[in-house]
Design a protein around this ligand. Structure first.
Ligand code: GLY
Length: 343
C-alpha cells in the first residue's frame, strides 16, 4: 500500500493508494465515530463494511442534476434522523461527484463534521477527492455553492478501477496528463499505483502551499479555462477530463500566440496528450468562437477579463488579462479543426 501525506498542519491527512485499500478505511476513522453516514451511488463497485460502527447508507442520484442543494437537503435530513454528531463521520464512496457532494454535506452538517473519501474513479483519485474542494451546482453554473473542507483521510482502492468504463478512464487520463506539464514527470513510466500516488503528491504539494486558491492552486486549472467552456457549449457531451485534454493543447497554442513558448513546445503538448495519453485533442465540431469567449469570460476563476493558466519560460503560471484578440485568433484556428466526437 502506498501512503501520501497532504500536509496541512493540524488538518493533515493521509491518502492510501493500492489494491484492497478499502480495508484501511476503519483505521482512518476516528475512534469516537460511532455513527457513519456512507454517501454513495448505485453501481459503485466498492462497499463499506465497518464492524462495531452504526453505518447508514445514503444513495444519491447520478449526473450533474443530482449534484444539487436538494441532494444536500435530503442527505442532511437523513443525518438528522440518524442522529449524526460532529464526533461521527461522513464517508463518500464514489467518483468526484459523490465526494464533492459528501464533502459539502459534511462541511455543512453541524458546521463541519469529519469526512473520509473512498475514491472509485481515476479522476477522483488524482484530483477530485484530494484537496478539500466540495460543492454542488446551481442552475446558473457548476460548483457555485461549496466550501473548502478537507477530508480526514482518502482511500484510492485500485480494485475499483477494474470495472471503470473506458470513458471515465479517459477523463482521469486527461487530468493526469495535466500533471505532466506542471512537473515534467514521465508519469506513464510508473506502475499505476505509483503513478496515482505521484499525482496525489503533486496535488498535495500545490494544495499545501495555497489551500484556498489565492494563487498557486490555480495552476491545477491548467487546460481548464477552455475545457469548462467546451463542457457547457456541448451540454456536457464532452466530459470534463476529455475537455481538459483539448484545453491543454489550446492553452499551449494560446501561449505560442502570445510568444510565451515556441512551436516545439506546442508539439510536445500534442505528443504527450494525444500520443502518450491517447486522448483526443481536436475540438468537437460546430463550436462558436463568440460563445466560447463569453463562457470563458464568465468562468468563476476569472476575476476580471480573460484569465488563463499558460506555459512559459518560468513554467506554467496564471496569466490575467489575456488580450481577447489573441484568444479569438487562436480559437478561430482551433475550432476550424473541429471534428465529430462520437459519445
Ligand atoms: N481540481 C482543482 C483543485 O482542486 O484545485
Amino acid at each position: 500500500m502506498l501512503r501520501v501525506k497532504v500536509p496541512l498542519a493540524d488538518r493533515s491527512y493521509e491518502v492510501v493508494v493500492g489494491n484492497g485499500a478499502i480495508s484501511e478505511l476503519d483505521a482512518l476513522l476516528a475512534s469516537t465515530a460511532r455513527r457513519v453516514a456512507v454517501v454513495t451511488q448505485a453501481g459503485i463497485p466498492l462497499e463499506v463494511s465497518l464492524a462495531d460502527r452504526e453505518v447508514e447508507t445514503y444513495v444519491i442520484g447520478d449526473g450533474e442534476a443530482a449534484k444539487s442543494l436538494a441532494t444536500i437537503e435530503t442527505l442532511t435530513r437523513g443525518f438528522a434522523r440518524q442522529g449524526l454528531t460532529r464526533r461521527d463521520v461522513v464517508v463518500g464512496v464514489g467518483g468526484g461527484m459523490v465526494t464533492d457532494v459528501a464533502g459539502f454535506a459534511a462541511a455543512s452538517w453541524h458546521r463541519g463534521t469529519p469526512v473520509v473519501h473512498v475514491s472509485t474513479t481515476l479522476l477522483g483519485m488524482v484530483d477530485a477527492a484530494i484537496g478539500g474542494k466540495t460543492g454542488v451546482n446551481l442552475p446558473e453554473g457548476k460548483n457555485l455553492v461549496g466550501a473548502f473542507w478537507q477530508p480526514s483521510g482518502v482511500i484510492c482502492d485500485l480494485d475499483a478501477l477494474a470495472s471503470l468504463p473506458e470513458r471515465e478512464t479517459r477523463c482521469g487520463l486527461g487530468e493526469m496528463s495535466k500533471y505532466h506539464f506542471l512537473t515534467g514527470d514521465d508519469l506513464l513510466a510508473l506502475p499505476l499505483d505509483q503513478r496515482i500516488a505521484r499525482c496525489v503528491e503533486i496535488k498535495a504539494d500545490v494544495v499545501a502551499s495555497d489551500e484556498r486558491e489565492g494563487g498557486r492552486r490555480a495552476l491545477l486549472n491548467y487546460g481548464h479555462t477552455l475545457a469548462h467552456a467546451i463542457e457547457i457549449a456541448t451540454d456536457h457531451d464532452i466530459a470534463h477530463g476529455e475537455a481538459v485534454a483539448i484545453g491543454l493543447v489550446f492553452a499551449a497554442e494560446l501561449a505560442a500566440e502570445l510568444g510565451r513558448i515556441d512551436e516545439a513546445r506546442v508539439d510536445e503538448h500534442r505528443r504527450v496528450v494525444a500520443g502518450e495519453y491517447g486522448l483526443r485533442i481536436t475540438p468537437p465540431e460546430r463550436l462558436e468562437v463568440d460563445e466560447l469567449v463569453a463562457l470563458m469570460a464568465r468562468d468563476k476563476k476569472a476575476l476580471d477579463g480573460l484569465t488563463f493558466v499558460l506555459d512559459g519560460d518560468d513554467g506554467v503560471e496564471v496569466v490575467d488579462d489575456v488580450p481577447e484578440t489573441a484568444v479569438r485568433a487562436t480559437l478561430q484556428r482551433f475550432v476550424a479543426h473541429g471534428v465529430r466526437h462520437n459519445e
